[in-house]
Design a binder for this molecule. Structure first.
Ligand SMILES: O=C(O)CCC(=O)C(=O)O
Ligand SMILES: [Fe+2]
Length: 326
């Protein structure tokens, strides 16, 4: 399977032409619930490798496990918000969340992927209610388009809505034969507020462009790709903020050609090594409403990522990826 630049090739193929990798790396939806048309998983903010353990301890350690404890408050608040939205779809969410949502400061997790790649995940990066206000603004004011792109010589509709914002004078972004118009930051003042919050959380980091994606339901997706285009340099930092319906974000290590080790044990230790490496070479997050995920170092060189289709993700999700064009 070719590794692609962000929005071309397999990343944007229609589902009927998705690769085997696209189908085989999707964790089960067994723990999901659907509340008001939006998927809320029963899981915390950790990678799947750790989530199961967290949930097993849930009953024993409710007092000690912040994520489990926070999650139920979060779900209650989300349910509450959706009720309010149902009652007043035109309002810009001027309702207060339950008071138990006020408290905890955002917890930051760093995930070392090895070999100079790492991730930061902050589940509650933006306050819950403010995040719905951003969601409503973005949903209604961004000039979303669903462009026709060219993939392997074929024209197809990109499987999600998109928009691009960039500072003036930067090299143009072109992908899959499509060159998005670069809107100005001044056109959408709330984007600056989000950018300021990111820069405060990541001192020393700089971003001057933003790719926006809107997934309008379970069939919208982004296929496996790396954002490894030359205009971002060798170690791009990409800050990704999510609003609305939770979706899974998968990471998978790019394949390297490695000669098989000869161990003389009938292949037993080789099998163990492969099993271990398969586990270590995948990460999965359920990206929550108001969360921030940052990919850093060599993540784009050594890993690919995707947001696969999810039958139960009926609601709309908006994702913003802030990048620095060098
Ligand atoms: O929607 C997401 O979380 C990821 C989007 C993405 O990978 C991209 O825009 O390059
Ligand atoms: Fe990406």
């Amino acid at each position: 399977m070719p590794v692609t630049n962000p929005h071309n090739s397999t990343a944007d193929l229609p589902s009927d032409s998705s690769s085997a990798a696209n189908r085989s790396h999707q964790p089960s939806d067994g723990t999901s619930k659907v509340l008001g048309g939006c998927q809320i998983t029963g899981e915390g903010d950790e990678s799947l490798n750790k989530k199961k353990k967290c949930c097993e301890q849930k009953l024993k350690e409710m007092a000690a496990c912040d994520n489990c404890k926070d999650d139920s408050d979060f779900k209650r608040g989300l349910h509450y918000h959706q009720e309010q939205r149902r009652m007043s779809l035109t309002s810009t969410v001027a309702v207060d969340p339950p008071s138990s949502l006020d408290a905890p400061p955002p917890t930051r997790r760093t995930i070392d992927l090895g070999h100079g790649s790492d991730l930061i995940y902050i589940q509650r990066f933006l306050p819950f209610q403010q995040s719905w206000t951003f969601f409503d603004y973005l949903d209604n004011h961004i000039p979303w388009t669903r462009p026709t792109i060219r993939v392997f010589g074929r024209s197809c509709l990109q499987p999600r809505d998109t928009c691009y914002v960039a500072s003036s004078g930067l090299a143009a972004l072109v992908y899959s034969g499509y060159r998005p118009h670069a809107y100005s930051w001044d056109d959408f003042p709330p984007l600056r507020e989000i950018l300021d919050a990111i820069q405060k959380a990541l001192p020393g980091s700089r971003f001057n462009s933003l790719l926006l994606n809107r997934y309008k339901g379970c069939n919208d997706y982004v296929g496996w790709h790396a954002d490894d285009e030359k205009l971002y340099g060798p170690t791009p930092e990409i800050a990704s903020v999510s609003f609305g319906c939770e979706r899974d974000f998968l990471l998978k290590k790019k394949k390297r050609e490695e000669p098989a080790e000869k161990t003389g044990d009938g292949g037993g230790s080789e099998k163990k090594r492969l099993k271990r490496s398969r586990r270590e070479d995948q990460q999965s997050f359920t990206l929550k409403h108001g969360s921030l995920l940052v990919m850093r170092g060599y993540t784009q060189r050594d890993w690919i990522h995707s947001v696969p289709k999810r039958a139960k993700a009926e609601g709309t999700r908006i994702n913003l990826t802030f990048r620095l064009v060098l």
